[in-house]
Ligand binder design. Structure first.
Ligand code: UGA
Length: 444
């Protein structure tokens, strides 16, 4: 099938290469010249494991090519996938300008009509409204086809999805989209456009809620001397609960959860409904993101002239994406309080530059980052940090070797043995000092 994918970001580039791998003839289109040029030269401008490989294979087999939107010629094909961004507006609602612009572009490029399948995350009701406005009186069929790719594992997720969701009212259009995925084994949920759009928001809201709930429980573990690891093991064995998305830490970040949860909240308000649970999820997450600074303030009388190493800049491992990264939130506050901050990330250091105060040093290695510092904040659980020689590093770090593990990624007992003052989240038993962790008073 001939397919055009509009938007070569984290979703569109994986979709384009994944569809080409399945034998479809795919054109990836973007309005960013540098991005199109990079893909055309076989250089993938984002860090996403295995994406470079499938892009190269797609181009070699001639099933995949890239074009700037202004230079597109010929037919856009049977199905056009829209994978443009939906950034937040000042209220937090999703900004649909890029989606509308993509649809306007399709109407010009493909005047005879085609199926327009929207992968961009758009608020429930968007498809219905677009059908009544932009797509009224013409031969375009609108289908909602949300994606559930995780950054860092997006290529794997493309070929092994948990489900494929297709929302639309025209059976032929739904079938056209379904046939794009004919080589993939996964349950297919066919529904109306609003329900498909709601599935996407509900999934992200549900996962974000799990994270904030476990972070609330971790806060109580710290106060009552319980271990969040054991609590998660204990509740996770209940198949109704499971273990997924119950990792306590410095909160969720990235380009999806924070934006989508806020947009969902705003959508509720726009529809005269106050989504109280979701508001609490947002509040808890905002607090979690500042735990590193709370922990340092509690441990050190003053942060002035304290040398601090921040390990991690990306919002999670295996991506260079620093959008809404919890790893970066505490840094400006630390700098304001007089700390000298160094940061190291295996891939995302430079991407973080514009989000960091100018005085922050971005180092090229883990060793350079921690050498001579008194405090380490581990904020992204890259395997390089998990597998590091923490014994050797201990010789480079100055007293008191305060180690804040914002992702509960290290073994507390081992770190204590190596001479670090270890502080995790909800690992109250393993916290040496401080009121955040120590059981405060007898609580009935
Ligand atoms: C998320 C969803 O998992 C995807 O299904 C969805 O397609 C995507 O958003 C999207 O809407 O496009 P992603 O943002 O790549 O994917 O990242 P996740 O792996 O879900 O992690 C999000 C954040 O939650 C990260 O900051 C991560 O560190 C944090 N997290 C995750 C926790 O704090 N605890 C957990 O137990 C799990």
């Amino acid at each position: 099938m001939k397919v055009t994918v509009i938007g070569l970001g984290y979703v569109g580039s994986v979709a384009a290469a994944g569809l080409a791998a399945a034998g479809h003839d795919v054109v990836g289109v973007d309005i960013d010249r540098a991005r199109v040029k990079a893909f055309t030269a076989g250089r993938v401008p984002i860090y996403e494991p295995d994406l470079g490989k499938i892009v190269a294979e797609g181009m070699a087999s001639r099933h995949l090519l890239f074009r700037h939107a202004d230079e597109f010629v010929g037919s856009a094909g049977d199905v056009v996938l829209v994978a443009t961004g939906t950034p937040p507006t000042p209220t937090g609602a999703a900004d649909l300008d890029q989606v509308r612009a993509a649809i306007a572009w399709v109407k010009t490029a493909q005047p005879r009509g085609c199926v327009i399948a929207v992968k961009s995350t758009v608020p429930p009701g968007t498809g219905r409204r677009l059908k009544e406005t932009l797509l009224r009186h013409n031969s375009f069929q609108y289908v909602s086809n949300p994606e559930f790719l995780r950054e860092g594992q997006a290529v794997h997720d493309w070929f092994h999805p948990d489900r494929i969701v297709i929302g639309g009212s025209a059976p032929a259009a739904v079938e056209a989209v379904r046939s794009l995925y004919s080589g993939i084994k996964a349950p297919v949920v066919v529904t109306d456009t609003s329900s498909a759009e709601m599935i996407k928001y509900a999934a992200n809201a549900f996962l974000a809620t799990r994270i904030s709930l476990i972070n609330e429980i971790a806060a109580l573990c710290d106060r009552l001397g319980a271990s969040i690891d054991d609590v998660v093991s204990g509740i996770g064995l209940d198949p109704r609960i499971g273990r997924h998305f119950l990792r306590a830490g410095v909160g969720y970040g990235g380009s999806c959860f924070p934006k989508d949860v806020r947009a969902f909240d705003q959508l509720a308000l726009n529809n005269a409904y106050s989504f109280e649970l979701l508001r609490a999820v947002i509040t808890v997450n905002n607090r979690q993101r500042l735990l590193p600074i709370y922990a340092l303030r509690e441990r050190f009388a003053s942060l002035s002239n304290l040398d601090v190493a921040v390990l991690g800049a990306s919002f999670k491992p295996n991506t260079d994406d620093v959008r809404e990264s919890p790893a970066l939130d505490a840094v400006p506050l630390l700098v304001d309080e007089g700390a000298r901050v160094r940061i190291y990330d295996p891939v995302a250091g430079e991407q973080a530059r514009t989000r960091l105060p100018g005085s922050v040093e971005i180092t090229g290695t883990l060793v350079e980052c921690v050498r001579g510092t008194q405090a380490i904040l581990l904020l992204t659980e890259w395997s390089e940090f998990l597998e590091a020689d923490w014994e050797g590093l201990a010789n480079l770090v100055a007293e008191p070797r305060f180690l804040f593990d914002g992702r509960n990624a290290l073994d507390p007992s081992k770190m204590l043995t190596l001479g670090y003052e270890y502080c995790g989240i909800g690992r109250g038993n393993h916290r040496l000092t401080g009121a955040l962790a120590t059981p405060r008073a007898a609580v009935p």
